[in-house]
Design a protein around this ligand. Structure first.
Ligand SMILES: C[S@@+](CC[C@H](N)C(=O)[O-])C[C@H]1O[C@@H](n2cnc3c(N)ncnc32)[C@H](O)[C@@H]1O
Length: 268
């Protein structure tokens, strides 16, 4: 075991917090335990050596650490109340007010893409029912390159699809081998994956009608959460929606969002 000194621990915590917003201050043992194999593989004798590599040569290396210390866990139809909201409230509203017939959705912190693809299937179901002429695009972003590759490959295990109805398996997936399914091209063409660090200024993007940021801000401190929520406010069209995880909240006095129902907020 390679021990983390107090100074090394502080360096890692500050670096990750300042660059990625993620708070590792109570993860000292986890860092030691999970990073041991990474350091050993590189023949390193201390965490200082590792941080020098990250800070001077290869910031992408830190993603390995982040992947080990945060969770990318997700699955299709997670927190289904949001998909009911989209089907019964958001989409009927779009039909009334969205004269461009173009719906733009952002799944921020999408992990391997299950949230984005679930949303896409809800929209495909809805617009295929005698509602011609609609276009929709879903941007799916995450800090993890590995998650982005998985999202683009779009191959999922039966376990991740346990809540997906049989009709969707038939309509939107192609079976691969015994227990894997690939999203078909009709669905995939609506979804774009892009690596994006939510702590950095956002690249130029058009505004969205709806943004998901579910189970991502749990890693951030309150100040970074507030800043990010205000950035989302600017990225939404007036009347657009922000959906956060059901265990998360937005402080009423820290943003201009209007609370609509649990974990659903609207730009006034
Ligand atoms: C638990 S997953 C949530 C996936 C999905 N939104 C859901 O609710 O099922 C959290 C994701 O947030 C991503 N993440 C953490 N910090 C991030 C940052 N600074 N920028 C972008 N993504 C980040 C992680 O890589 C991870 O894939």
């Amino acid at each position: 075991m390679i021990r983390l000194t107090d100074q090394e621990f502080l360096t890692i915590v500050n670096y990750v917090k300042n660059n990625y917003g993620i708070n590792l201050s109570n993860k000292r043992q986890l860092i030691e335990a999970r990073m041991y194999s990474v350091l050993a593989e590189k023949g390193m004798k201390s965490f200082s050596e590792y941080m020098t590599l990250i800070q001077q040569k290869n910031p992408e290396e830190i993603i390995v650490l982040l992947n080990k210390l945060t969770t990318n866990h997700t699955y299709f139809m997670r927190e289904p109340a949001h998909f009911d909201f989209i089907k019964t409230k958001f989409l009927p509203l779009q039909e009334r007010v969205n004269h461009r017939k173009l719906v733009r959705i952002w799944s921020a912190g999408c992990s391997s893409g299950e949230e984005a693809y679930t949303t896409c299937m809800v929209l495909m179901d809805y617009f295929s029912l005698g509602r011609p002429g609609w276009d929709f695009r879903i941007l799916a972003t995450d800090i993890s390159e590995k998650a982005m590759s998985a999202g683009k490959a779009a191959i999922y295990s039966a376990e991740s699809l346990k809540n997906v109805p049989q009709s969707w398996l038939t309509r939107y997936f192609v079976k691969q081998g015994t227990d894997q399914y690939r999203i078909n091209d009709d669905v995939r063409r609506h979804v774009t994956f892009q690596r994006l660090n939510l702590m950095q200024p956002f690249p130029p993007m058009q505004q969205f009608d709806l943004i998901f940021c579910r189970n991502v801000m749990i890693y951030f401190d309150q100040n970074d959460r507030n800043k990010l929520i205000n950035k989302y406010y600017d990225m939404l069209i007036p009347g657009g929606f922000l959906l956060i995880g059901h265990s998360e909240t937005i402080q009423r006095d820290s943003s201009k969002f209007i609370y609509l129902e649990p974990s659903v907020y609207q730009k006034g």
